[in-house]
Design a protein around this ligand. Structure first.
Ligand SMILES: [Zn+2]
Length: 836
């Protein structure tokens, strides 16, 4: 592995200073000698009147107001019907049954069903490093590149849809050089809305309450899954994901650091130098305000930019337009960014596919050499505090010798296969001299026949590393989202890696199906109480739970409300699950009668299961002997190994250890007899964190799950969300055991502790700025400048400011991102900055 590489700095920025000075003259009006005059992408259009305008189909011009989903569909279909350059289809169906309608626009010879199928086969050959170069060149000469434009993955962020429709219209109708430049050697796939249910309901999330811009690698939601299947059919070289945000102006890449280390340099070069440059030129020309290199990173593998970039070697880009502006302004700016980018892609002609193909071959060669890409800073020039270690990784293995984990292994293998990763099964035992299990030391190990083998020597090497990593090696302490997502850790599947040359005897694993739903026998009568209809954390935790019960487990449940609990509704149920939420909200909503009814139901034999923040409700009601304190650590969504007591009914099918997704959660203390899942003690070799952690010593020997008998009933309190984004299969098993398994044996706790009400601050849905004490005044000044108050936690020589964003996510919020970015720039005194 090279110790350092050239920092890729946008060529169109002033050298070294980072100041936004154009170093490249505008292309317009300065054609090189002996070359045809370049086409101005924003030249006055000439139009084919046969292609209908929006007004002629839906009665309004695009930009008059945001179109409805039905209007978007109608207009897309009308353009497709009128233009031989356009074909359309439905790539999937939303949770509520709405079609996800797309169009493909290109030269007529490329848009028939047969031609698109041929393009799909050809592009597959380009991704395959075994394809001879001469054949690859021949394919590139005859086939178009594939450019994707998608909008509205957050349902309340409408303008990406309307701008996509305008782009579709112009590509279909324009007869001038600008459209020709794009379509001369490309097809454009237009997916106006990725979230029709959210668009209709004007909600960020889909109908299950999932943020689908966090769902890309896990693909739990039908909208995400179907989109990725279509992306596999027409793999992109460019993927534009058009959003809106609470901040003023416009964002387009370059992204903020950190950037995930194992992303190919080719798409980064396109993003930073080709498309970033083209958009800068266009926005400057039209005097449109914008910012970049700020806030939106390319790290977590759940986004519509990071997954196309890592999984397809495409230039995946997030655009963000202020949601405060009028519809016509939002449309114009989104259109300008998209059109400038498509034009820049079109201008690259065959070079685009040539470079894309080369990136796959290079990734394969890195895999042969066992080389991980290093951490680099691409924009801000902050210091890398956590480099990628100097290790070779040539192979990953997933063990299959625990029958209790068959479904989980199947799910990981399926996830890899459905991103075109080749997975093999050992047909003979294999001795691996440097086998390194996840979170353990290397030791020579003989892996049994049946073990799954994933060699890194594949064109999909970047994606393999992103999915099977032991750690994400966050370069420095700034977090836009969670910092760990390794598939084997999420599913709690045993596996490991090797960095030596091996010659396994293995066969290709056949395509894996989704495992069947878990519950087949008699099921408990189950109720779910969603504490709040407005809190982001509660909406999401509740949605994840409902989706999991409906789709993975196959358990019927009923929603109950606080008034129903007060009226005695729980007598009809055996189990009540309370997704994450505020204990104060719950306490007040129940009132005295509801609190008494809930407590009595538990003592009379009911089973109460609480997730994450709502576990505090049990202390409020005096239903547990456990107690909690606020997190003093900075752990922004990392996977921590926990130890599981094998005598506990929660351990069934889990194993000795599991990985908890811990995110600024409350820290619980409980007696040994009621503490079946624990964080390891200091110095215990089980202690392991995947992702970022500072101050983690607060968790040594603390309780992760409390499980105790109360009267004739039982309470099971999860200190973290065991069903985080519905992708934590390993800890979902504990939750399933809590709902359907036997109760622990033994006597009820003699005396529950007195009700606890403090502290009330849940850090998990807050903006966190943690600094060394000498920078605390600077942070306070940033807060004062906005008239903002924060809860301040002082511990371990760190001052941690936790700012309530009123239930908004940071990208919906008007200044949270700016504040975070200013804090991140305070230099080496910054311990962690985390955006919710
Ligand atoms: Zn968004």
């Amino acid at each position: 592995m090279p110790s350092s590489r050239k920092i890729l700095r946008p060529r169109w920025l002033g050298v070294a200073t980072g100041a936004a000075v154009l170093a490249v003259p505008l292309v317009l009006g300065t054609p090189a000698a002996a070359q045809p005059a370049p086409c101005d992408p924003f030249t006055t259009p000439t139009l084919d009147a046969a292609v209908p305008t929006a007004e002629s189909v839906i009665g309004i011009d695009l930009g008059d107001r945001d179109v409805t989903t039905a209007e978007s569909d109608a207009y897309l279909q009308a353009v497709s019907a009128a233009s031989p350059k356009v074909t359309d289809g439905v790539l999937g169906t939303s949770v509520q049954g709405r079609p996800l309608r797309y169009a493909v626009v290109g030269q007529e010879k490329w848009t028939s069903e047969a031609a698109l199928a041929q393009i799909g086969r050809d592009v597959g050959r380009l991704r395959d490093e075994r394809t001879p170069e001469a054949q690859a060149r021949q394919i590139i000469r005859k086939m178009p590149s594939i450019l994707w434009v998608a909008g509205n993955v957050h349902g309340g962020e409408e303008s990406g849809t309307d701008a996509s429709l305008r782009v579709l219209y112009e590509l279909a109708a324009r007869t001038d050089c600008a459209a020709q430049e794009i379509l001369d050697d490309a097809i454009v796939v237009v997916l106006p809305t990725q979230n029709p249910d959210g668009r209709e309901a004007d909600t960020r999330r889909n109908a299950y309450g999932f943020d689908m811009n966090r769902d890309w690698f896990a693909r739990t939601q039908p909208e995400t899954d179907a989109k990725l299947e279509m992306l596999r059919e027409l793999p992109p070289q460019l993927f534009i994901d058009a959003h809106e945000m609470g901040r003023p102006t416009y964002f387009f890449p370059p992204n903020a650091d950190p950037v995930y280390h194992d992303i190919g340099e080719t798409p980064l070069d396109w993003i930073y130098n080709v498309y970033g440059g083209a958009m800068t030129e266009a926005f400057d020309r039209f005097d449109i305000p914008y910012f970049n290199g700020d806030v939106y990173d390319l790290f977590y593998m759940g986004y519509g930019d990071s997954v196309p970039t890592t999984g397809f070697n495409a230039a995946g880009m997030t655009f963000e337009k202020s949601n405060r502006d009028a519809a016509d302004v939002r449309l114009r700016e989104q259109y300008t960014a998209i059109w400038a980018t498509l034009s820049a892609a079109g201008a690259k002609d065959d070079e685009l596919l040539t470079e894309w193909r080369a990136e796959h071959v290079k990734a394969y060669q890195q895999g042969v050499a066992g080389e991980l890409e290093p951490n680099q800073l691409y924009f801000q020039g902050a210091e890398i505090t956590n480099p990628v270690p100097d290790i070779d990784v040539k192979h990953y293995f997933l063990r299959t010798d625990d029958p209790a984990k068959a479904d989980e292994v199947q799910r990981v293998a399926r996830r890899l296969q459905r991103m075109d990763v080749d997975v093999y099964r050992l047909v003979r035992p294999l001795t691996v001299p440097d086998y390194t299990p996840y979170g353990r030391a290397s030791a020579a190990t003989t892996l049994p026949a049946g073990t799954l083998w994933i060699p890194m020597a594949q064109g999909q090497k970047h994606w393999i590393q992103a999915m099977l990593n032991e750690d994400t090696y966050v370069p420095f302490p700034y977090f836009y989202d969670v910092t760990a997502w390794s598939a084997p850790l999420l599913e709690n599947v045993a596996g490991g890696r090797s960095g030596v040359d091996l010659r396994p005897q293995a066969v290709a694993l056949k395509e894996q199906a989704e495992p069947d739903a878990t519950v087949t026998g008699p099921a408990p009568r189950l109720a779910v109480w969603q504490i709040s209809q407005t809190s982001t954390g509660t909406i999401e935790s509740s949605g994840w739970l409902r989706w999991w019960l409906d789709n993975r487990v196959g358990l019927d449940f009923a929603d109950v409300t606080a008034p129903q609990i007060t009226a005695g509704a729980l007598s009809a149920y055996d189990v009540l699950v309370v997704p994450s939420g505020s204990d104060s909200t719950a306490f007040n909503a129940l009132g005295e009668g509801g609190r008494a009814a809930l407590s009595e139901w538990v003592r009379d034999g009911g089973r109460l299961v609480t997730l994450r923040d709502s576990s505090r409700l049990a202390t409020r009601l005096g239903l547990t002997s456990a107690s909690y304190v606020s997190a003093t650590s900075d752990i922004p969504g990392s996977l921590l190994r926990v130890e599981v007591d094998q005598s506990s009914p929660l351990a069934e099918g889990v194993g000795d250890t599991a990985y908890a997704m811990y995110e600024y959660d409350f820290v619980w203390t409980a007696g040994a007899g009621v503490s079946p899942v624990r964080f390891p003690a200091a110095g215990d070799p089980d202690w392991f964190v995947s992702g970022f952690a500072e101050g983690e010593e607060q968790l040594y020997d603390k309780t992760a799950v409390v499980d105790e008998l109360v009267g004739d009933g039982r309470v099971t309190l999860f200190g973290f969300d065991p069903n985080y984004r519905a992708f934590t299969g390993g800890t979902q098993q504990m939750l399933l055991n809590a709902i359907t398994g036997p109760a622990p044996s033994g006597a009820a706790s003699a005396q529950a502790r007195a009700a606890q009400t403090e502290p009330s601050v849940a850090a998990s849905d807050r903006l966190v700025i943690s600094v060394k004490p000498k920078a605390a005044r600077q942070v306070q000044a940033l807060l004062d400048a906005r008239g903002v108050s924060a809860d301040v936690v002082r511990a371990r020589g760190v001052v941690s400011f936790r700012v309530d964003l009123g239930g908004l996510t940071s990208d919906e919020h008007p200044w949270a991102q700016e504040l975070a970015q200013q804090a991140a720039r305070l230099g080496p005194d910054v311990v962690a900055v985390r955006l919710p």
